[in-house]
Design a protein around this ligand. Structure first.
Ligand SMILES: [Zn+2]
Length: 556
């Protein structure tokens, strides 16, 4: 099957193409060089006046693992039926703020997203999380294994284990849980909460292990760097949501000691204590630090006004916020010796000073960070807002007058204390393509994704060129998944299953001797049953693995 897409205006920043009219060819699920003149074309799509980009990649969205199911169960009233026009082969689903697996896959694909990463995959829950993501149609997926509150690692760091031993454990965890990266949430803080501590700043000492969050950050970022894992340590920093926490965020950046580090949902970590209400924007200080340090990347975690639900491994901070639950129901739990989980529904209000300023802080960060390759478009779905708000967010970034109209509607004191009105920047289509395609693929080491050169996987999107970016990104004309049209005019027309993206750094299997003893003593599962094999991923779970190279293994 040879497919020709002719005359579209292509935005492919990974290959330096910024709005060039060109033809693209697809064969056997990949983009290919132009064929010989006499070769027959099986399908031809004339795309004059249309915009073509690679399929979008969301590098931080909570779509799998136990917490999402808890949110779905806790809030049945927030699960309206999903009722767009659908093809005959499709399944039922429910929509809302934490959509069912099927509705999640369909709604992402309708908007031109073809790959999504679950950022908080607990290794002990990995099997269930991968099953849930395999049940999410149309999306390639992957997970970041949560480390840094697991007792095994804290014990290793506390006893002064060699970095090589840590590296072996990290690499083993990635292999056993079939993950592509490692995330740390409130380093050491979730564990400290189990010892009844209510805060743990970057240089505070853990109540049981004589180590600090800084030790955990340094050790894990070094491990990933030495193992050659493309994705840097993915960090949910200390003191989420706490006024004055920008200092913790700056200290977190510092703890990486110049090695690559990704700070997620940084909007929730950019707060000062100025003003009558002791809550202010420190977006300028954070953006300045990001602009100055090339080893740092961020995603924003923009909030949008309306009902949502917060789901987080950060039990310490979720417990602190449970009084704000709307509707008034919530839960927190510990998860074995590894981490915790908190689910707190929340409604962000534009007439509430703090919420309104949070909205402005997120937009300030987008507009003040200079390099679109190091800032990513997220709402930390569903924590800041459901992912279905992305087209609206893109319009806020691309259209200054629309942004100022929205700014005029929020709490007036919040508007007055924000610099947002003075920021003229409008994102270009090329910059949107960078932050939603090219840059996430690069930051994850996915060389065949996020771009449109011959050899790339044929995940791509065709948009109508509309004056209103919200309409443009909400209803693409065509979405191709591995060369097959799966959505037309914003409605799903076919369903295919995705793959799971992983990395495989090498390690000394001697680490398993100590792990076997640890599992026998403390875990509910034996080590033998913990790891997930490639066969199980492909056959039992139904999402075969795609392995991306690590620097240490591709250059022996
Ligand atoms: Zn998150």
């Amino acid at each position: 099957m040879l497919i020709k897409l002719s005359g579209g205006t292509v935005y492919d920043p990974a290959n330096g193409i910024d709005g060039r009219v060109m033809d693209l060819f697809i064969r056997d699920q990949h983009l290919v060089e132009p064929p010989a003149d006499n070769e027959p074309i099986d399908q031809h799509y004339p795309l004059e006046g249309k915009v073509v980009m690679a399929g979008a990649i969301d590098l931080h969205t909570h779509i799998g693992g136990g917490k999402v199911n808890i949110a779905r169960t806790l809030l049945p009233e927030q699960q309206p039926a999903y009722s767009r026009p659908r093809a005959g082969r499709m399944r039922s689903g429910s929509g809302g703020i934490a959509p069912s697996t099927h509705a999640t896959g369909y709604r992402y694909a309708e908007m031109g997203y073809t790959t999504c990463f679950e950022p908080a995959l607990l290794p002990v829950n990995a099997r269930q999380a991968h099953m849930e993501m395999a049940d999410t149609p149309l999306l390639d997926t992957g997970g970041y294994a949560l480390l840094g509150n697991d007792e095994f690692l804290l014990q290793l760091i506390a006893e002064g284990a060699e970095q090589q031993t840590i590296n072996d454990y990290v690499a083993w965890t990635l292999r056993a849980s079939q993950c592509i990266g490692v995330k740390v949430v409130n380093p050491g803080g979730i564990s400290a909460f189990k010892f009844n501590q209510r805060a743990l700043d970057v240089d505070d000492v853990h109540p049981h292990y004589p180590i600090s969050p800084r030790d955990i950050l340094r050790t894990l970022s070094r491990a990933l760097h030495q193992l050659g894992v493309p994705h840097p340590l993915h960090v949910h920093a200390s003191n989420l949501g706490v006024p004055g926490n920008y200092l913790s965020t700056l200290a977190t950046m510092d703890a990486a000691e110049g090695l690559p580090i990704h700070l997620t949902h940084i909007q929730f970590h950019s707060y000062g204590t100025e003003g009558d209400r002791k809550f202010s924007s420190c977006a300028a200080q954070i953006a300045e630090a990001v602009n100055r340090q090339a080893n740092i990347s961020i995603d924003v975690g923009q909030i949008m006004f309306g009902q949502t639900v917060t789901v987080s491994g950060d039990t310490m901070r979720q417990y602190a916020n449970h009084g704000h639950a709307h509707p008034r129901k919530w839960l927190c739990m510990d998860i074995e010796c590894e981490a915790g989980c908190g689910v707190v529904p929340f409604r962000y209000r534009d007439r509430n000073f703090v919420n309104a300023l949070q909205w402005a802080i997120g937009l300030e960060l987008f507009l003040l960070v200079d390099d679109p390759w190091r800032v990513f478009l997220t709402t930390d779905h569903p924590n800041g807002a459901p992912f279905t708000s992305y087209p609206h967010l893109i319009r806020l970034l691309m259209d200054r007058s629309f942004r100022n109209d929205m700014l005029a509607r929020i709490h007036p004191d919040a508007g007055a204390s924000s610099h947002l009105a003075s920021l003229d920047r409008e994102y270009s289509l090329n910059e949107i393509a960078i932050m939603t395609r090219a840059a996430p693929a690069r930051l994850l080491g996915m060389t065949d994704y996020g771009h449109l050169a011959p050899g790339a996987v044929a995940d791509l999107v065709v948009y109508h060129r509309e004056g209103n970016p919200e309409q443009m990104f909400e209803r693409p004309m065509l979405v191709f998944k591995r060369g097959e049209v799966v959505a037309r005019e914003g409605a799903i027309c076919a369903s295919v299953n995705g793959s799971t993206h992983v990395v495989r750094p090498e390690y000394d299997q001697g680490i398993e001797t100590r792990l076997a003893e640890w599992f026998a003593r403390y875990h509910s599962m034996s080590l033998r049953n913990f790891g997930i094999s490639d066969d199980e991923m492909a056959d039992g779970i139904g999402s075969p693995v795609v392995i991306h190279p690590c620097a240490s293994t591709s250059h022996p």
